[in-house]
Design a protein around this ligand. Sequence first.
Ligand code: DAH
Length: 344
Amino acid sequence: MKARLEQIRERALSQIKGCETAEKLNEIRVAVLGKKGELTDLLKSMRDLAPEERPKVGQMVNDTRAEIEKVLEETKAKMEKALREARMKAEVIDVTLPGSRSELGHRHPDTIVQEEVERIFVGMGYEVVEGPEVEKDYYNFEALNIPADHPAKDEQDTFYVACAPGAGDLLLRTQTSGVQVHEMEKGRLPNRMIAPGRVYRSDEVDATHSPCFHQIEGLVIDRHITFADLKGTLAEFARELFGEKTGVKFRPHHFPFTEPSAEMDVSCFKCGGSGCRFCKGSGWIEILGCGMVHPHVLEMSGIDPEEYTGFAFGVGLERITLLKYEIDDMRLLYENDIRFLKQF
Ligand code: DAH
């Protein structure tokens, strides 16, 4: 019996020593010390011993049990400690590592220019307003003195929106000028507003055309507004946008909704007016259309042209962006290539 005990002890201790996981350790405990374990079996067989031997052997079995239990506990504690240490090592955070930078978005050059134009006019007391992109024929053409048979209607190749019979003609606005009409109809006078926004024309895409682009409309209505106000305002605008030395020139032009009408050129900010590749040798660059609001346009929107006068202007946003940043192809503005956009 003593030999059996010694055998159990040795095997258990060597198994514990070679044990690598807590589960294995528990299996050993059950196999040796459990209810059906080897040591328990051995205790049961004590009844075969002579009565005087029983206390001695019993003591030996208990000692062995205690020893194995102790080694089991120690091994378990060691395993847990090693596990904890490994985890702490794995989870350590190196606070000295440089952070990974997430790239910030960027303002589009069109947005930068639009905000600049808004800043200039807001500084002169203008309000920034918006109008609908899907527009009634009336606002885009009729009310701007462009009747159905007017050739200007063909000049601006229009996208019409199919709609229910009787709903009237709906279209994607070809110009922001319709916002003038919406503003005038509100009847708030005097009025000083600019209206930036998308416009649509059925144009093929090339270096200077896109079916969708942006305009900024301007409108001033008050008593005693004259062409001198128009000139002074737009000359100041050009100086703020392109620099103090910028000169302006007004050329007679025709728009159905203004009378008289003009186009405004700015002196070439590249060569200062002496003529270069940028201004095609002329020294001047055309940047906007403008004029005194046609009395008939005022009248149609319920404003008395005997009492009120006004001026209006329309700027192509992309045109300014391309000039200001010396970009030679409009398509770059719409492709959203991050390498391009990053440069502004
Ligand atoms: N709507 C014109 C266009 O798209 C631009 C324009 C010209 C607007 C003269 C105006 C203006 O308000 O007075 O070509």
